[in-house]
Ligand binder design. Structure first.
Ligand code: OOG
Ligand code: MG
Length: 262
C-alpha cells in the first residue's frame, strides 16, 4: 500500500529545505489518482502552516511544455498565497532548488464553474479578467526528472507566480494572443494562445472537469494559470525575464543579483 502521508511529507520537506529527492516512481509504481491524493495531502501541510489556496493551475497543456518535460498529458495543481510574487520585488532564488520560468495566461474567475461539462464559452462568461503571467516552477525531484504521477504528487512543480500589472477583458480571441518571452532584453521564445489546447479557456474548462471528479469546483476569486506557453527557462541570479503579450500587457520578473545559497 502506498503511504500517501509519508510521500507527501517527503515532498513537503524537499520544498521547505530546497533539497531535491529522487522521483517517487523510482521506488514504487504510483496510480494517477493516488498521486492526486498525495498532492492534496501536500497542500494540506502547507495550509496547516498558514498558506491559503487562492487558485489552481494546469501544466503540460502546450506541446512545447510536453516535449520539454517528456510527459504528454496535462495535469492540475494548486496555487497558494505564499506562491504569489509581486511584480516589482526582486525574487530571491536561494529558496528554490533549480527554478525555471515560463510565460502563462492567468484567468481571474468571477463566477463558480462546476460540473463535468464546462465549456470554453462557460469559462469566458465566468471570467472577470485575464492577464499575462510568469510562473516559476521548481520540481522537487533531482534533475527535474519525473513521470506524470511524480509531477502530480509534487503539485506540478509549483513554486511562485507573477501577475502582469493590468487586467484585460476575456472577450477577445485568446487563441490568437501573441507572447514574446525575453531574457535580459533578448527574445528567446514566442507562442500564441492557441498553444494551450487550442484555446487557453479550454485549459480552464478541463480544470473544472478534473475538479468535478472529486465534487469540487473553480471558485469565484480564484486565479487560474492555463499552462506554460513555451519551454521553461532556467533562472539565474540577476536575470530579468519579461513575457510581452499582444493584448495582455507584460509580466516581468527580476531575480535578485546574488544567490545566497552558494
Ligand atoms: C510540471 C509543471 C508544468 C506547466 O505550465 O506546464 C507547468 C513541470 O513542468 O515541472 O507548470
Ligand atoms: Mg506552468
Amino acid at each position: 500500500m502506498t503511504d500517501v502521508s509519508e510521500l507527501a511529507s517527503r515532498l513537503y520537506k524537499a520544498a521547505i529545505q530546497a533539497e531535491a529527492v529522487p522521483p517517487l516512481t523510482d521506488a514504487e509504481s504510483l496510480e494517477i489518482d493516488t498521486a492526486y491524493d498525495i498532492q492534496d495531502a501536500l497542500i494540506a501541510r502547507h495550509v496547516a502552516d498558514g498558506d491559503a489556496v487562492i487558485g489552481a493551475k494546469l501544466g503540460l497543456t502546450s506541446r512545447a511544455k510536453q516535449q520539454a518535460m517528456g510527459v504528454n498529458e496535462p495535469l492540475y495543481a494548486w496555487l497558494t498565497d505564499a506562491m504569489y510574487h509581486p511584480i516589482d520585488a526582486p525574487l530571491d532564488l536561494s529558496r528554490f532548488i533549480h527554478p525555471r520560468v515560463e510565460p502563462e495566461i492567468a484567468f481571474v474567475i468571477g463566477r463558480r464553474l462546476a460540473g463535468p461539462r464546462v465549456t470554453v464559452a462557460d469559462v469566458l462568461a465566468a471570467t472577470d479578467a485575464v492577464t499575462g503571467a510568469l510562473e516559476i516552477i521548481d520540481s522537487r525531484y533531482q534533475d527535474f526528472r519525473f513521470t506524470l504521477p511524480d509531477a502530480v504528487a509534487d503539485n506540478a512543480s509549483s513554486a511562485a507566480f507573477v501577475l502582469g500589472p493590468s487586467t484585460h477583458p476575456a472577450a477577445q480571441d485568446l487563441s490568437m494572443i501573441g507572447c514574446a518571452l525575453e531574457v535580459d532584453g533578448a527574445v528567446v521564445d514566442s507562442a500564441a494562445g492557441a498553444a494551450l489546447l487550442g484555446h487557453p479557456a479550454e485549459s480552464v474548462a478541463r480544470l473544472a472537469g478534473h475538479l468535478a471528479r472529486s465534487g469540487r469546483a473553480i471558485e469565484p476569486g480564484w486565479v487560474v494559470l492555463a499552462g506554460g506557453l513555451t519551454a521553461p527557462v532556467p533562472l539565474r541570479p540577476g536575470m530579468t525575464v519579461t513575457a510581452r503579450y499582444s493584448t495582455l500587457g507584460a509580466a516581468r520578473l527580476h531575480c535578485a543579483a546574488t544567490d545566497t545559497s552558494i
